[in-house]
Design a protein. Structure first.
Length: 165
């Protein structure tokens, strides 16, 4: 009897994650505000800006977009996997993956997004190589390699685990 109540309480505790996912949605608002702020700063100088400067600015916007996509991925797949199932049939306009991504897929998509964000940061540093100290470039490259190797090892581990099941 006590075991059954304990299990019910533990099962219901998954709903404590819901406010965390709502907070992540507010994080999306913060990213949007930053993007609007960047566009506001970029727009007046666009006509006289050098091509390399425009590319760097666009890469910064891409970086924010990747971060926002990563947050959306965590919100929906985390909610679906840990809190409650989403009835995608009720929402015809929702992307297919929203109701189909499992925890393994979440980990791989998450790691892929982190690698992409890291690659954008590295590319931004190389686009501005004259103004970026060598030490920073080494750190960017090293961190990116660590993310790539981590993603590869995670995918490899998941593949071996899936083959055993």
């Amino acid at each position: 009897m006590i075991e059954r109540y304990l299990e019910k309480i533990l099962f219901a505790s998954r709903w404590l994650l819901a406010p965390l996912y709502l907070t992540l949605a507010l994080g999306l608002v913060a990213l949007l505000v930053k993007m609007v702020q960047m566009i506001y700063e970029i727009a007046p100088h666009l006509w006289e800006a050098r091509e390399a400067s425009v590319v760097l600015d666009v890469l910064a916007l891409v970086d924010l977009t990747f971060a926002g996509s990563l947050v959306v991925l965590v919100i929906f797949s985390g909610y679906e996997n840990f809190v409650s199932k989403i009835d995608a049939a009720e929402h015809k306009s929702w992307p297919e993956w929203m109701a189909k991504i499992d925890f393994t897929g979440l980990k791989l998509k998450l790691m892929s997004s982190i690698v992409a964000i890291s690659a954008i940061q590295l590319l931004r540093a190389f686009m501005d190589v004259r103004n970026t100290p060598d030490r920073e470039l080494y750190w960017y490259a090293g961190i990116h390699i660590v993310f790539v190797v981590s993603a590869f090892l995670l995918a490899l581990t998941d593949r071996f685990t899936a083959e055993k099941h």
